[in-house]
Design a protein around this ligand. Structure first.
Ligand code: PLP
Length: 450
């Protein structure tokens, strides 16, 4: 079959996630056929630098034979068995132990899921169950953040703060509130907080959280959910004042902290977990994506001692689980992925070498006339596009971000656009030379967007 054949079948039968089906029909999909290192290849012979690591997940890069071998060996040995009731299997046990070894000291348990969305569904039920066991069943409200993304299941989309998702497919899960995100560029510099410096803005976001807690009644709030750096919302790096102020508010009212590590975990910010970078000590951490470098689907919730001890000692059976919780082949691949990351000092390289190098090179793009801000942390970065004529944000209707994204693709670079915010989150094995190529192509795309 050639490209046109695939496109025709795709158009006829395949409903893509997050896609306008009609527009897809007009344009046709690009058919990705293979990949190695940080590059993907399409059916027309183009080689494209994947600066998004797929969907923020291919942390070890494409084509790692060790991961293929781990999957093959496990599929031959034991392709499937479950962890329900009183059975388990070596890959799930070894992965659980490895994760708890890597996690902060107060985290010693993990519940496996098939994805990040399922991890957040699981977290929601655990948190409410925890407070019920503590004799406070009214503590059910979860406060998350506007513009956050926590998945596409009903609970995932409800926890997320993306209005277009709430508007489709029925009402969100009750008792979930959203507070402002610490997005200084969009809502501080170009928003109502325009007269505040970033640190004052960060503190104001924490005050908004406190106001929301008081409005709901502190006795009713179970947990606050956030990513260390908001990923899909736009690689939003909070001002330094934000997290310490948020932690103080949560401690004041005895509210659990859930840190969604689905993107920030496994080296993205130069630590094994983004929470470590910000010293957050969360009660629970949903994980997925980089856990297996995306080679096979697996997620989970890392559960701190406070919650785990209560669930175990006082909870009896927890009526929750998935057929693929801790799937043997997925667990074997995730374990091998973590072992390779360890052996190759991937996290340290991001923290000490590649992250600082990207920060230096990425910051150079701030001098481009349509760039209002260039920010990065570890191997995640964003460019904020602005209208060079006015120095203001582009009129949304122009779709400058999507235009820039499409030009990138033509130039052989995958960048993602969220409105007029351009995002990168490349594989953690990217080299300095490949970072140079990324920056050169990004500049060319910005020139062509002008
Ligand atoms: N949480 C965060 C922070 C995410 O970015 C995502 C996916 O992008 C999810 C949860 C949902 O994960 P999944 O797509 O594996 O269900």
């Amino acid at each position: 079959m050639n490209t046109r054949d695939y496109q025709a079948l795709d158009r006829a039968h395949h409903l893509h996630p997050f896609t306008d089906f009609k527009a897809l029909g007009e344009e046709g999909s690009r058919i990705i056929t293979r990949a190695e290192g940080v590059y993907i290849h399409d059916s027309e012979g183009h080689r494209i630098l994947d600066a998004m690591a797929g969907l923020w997940c291919v942390n070890l890069g494409y084509g790692r034979q060790e991961l293929v071998d781990a999957a093959t060996a496990q599929l031959q040995q034991l392709p499937y068995y479950n962890n329900f009731f009183k059975t388990t299997h070596p890959p799930a046990v070894r992965l659980a132990a490895k994760l708890c070894d890597l996690a902060p000291a107060h985290i010693n348990h993990v519940f496996f899921t098939g994805s990040g969305s399922e991890a957040n569904d699981t977290m929601l039920r655990m948190v409410r169950r925890y407070w019920a066991l503590k004799g406070q069943p009214q503590k059910q409200w979860i406060i998350a953040r506007e513009n956050g993304y926590h998945g596409s299941t009903l609970a995932g989309m409800s926890l997320g703060g993306m209005a277009p998702m709430h508007d489709q497919g029925g009402p969100p899960v009750p008792k979930i509130a959203h507070v402002r995100q610490p997005y200084w560029f969009g809502e501080g510099r170009f928003g109502e907080g325009g007269d505040q410096d970033p640190e004052a803005f960060g503190r104001a976001c924490a005050e908004a959280l406190e106001a929301q807690i008081l409005e709901l009644g502190e006795q009713n709030v179970a947990a606050f959910l956030a990513e260390p750096v908001q990923g899909a919302g736009g690689a939003i790096i909070p001002p330094a004042s934000y997290w310490p102020a948020v932690k103080a508010v949560l401690a004041k009212y005895d509210i659990l902290l859930v840190v969604d590590e689905v993107i920030c975990g496994f080296g993205r910010l130069g630590e094994w977990f983004g929470s470590v970078h910000y010293d957050l000590k969360p009660d629970l951490m949903p994980i997925a994506k980089g856990l297996s470098s995306g080679y096979l689907p697996i997620g989970g919730v890392l559960v701190g001692d406070r919650v785990a001890d209560t669930l175990i000692e006082e909870g009896g059976e927890f009526f929750h689980g998935f057929t693929y919780s801790g799937h043997p082949a997925c667990a074997a691949v995730a374990l091998k992925n973590l072992e390779l990351m360890d052996a190759e000092d991937i996290v340290e390289r991001v923290r000490d070498d590649l992250g600082p190098y990207l920060a230096r090179r990425w910051a150079e793009l701030a001098d481009h006339p349509i760039v209002g801000e260039a920010r990065s942390l570890g191997l995640m970065g964003a460019l904020e596009l602005i209208d060079p004529e006015t120095g203001e944000r582009f009129d949304k209707a122009l779709g400058a971000g999507n235009l820039c994204r499409d030009i990138c693709f033509e130039l052989g670079l995958v960048m993602r656009s969220v409105g007029d915010t351009m995002i990168i989150s490349p594989p953690l094995v990217i080299t300095r030379g490949e970072i140079d190529e990324l920056v050169t192509k990004a500049r060319a795309a910005l020139d062509a967007t002008l």
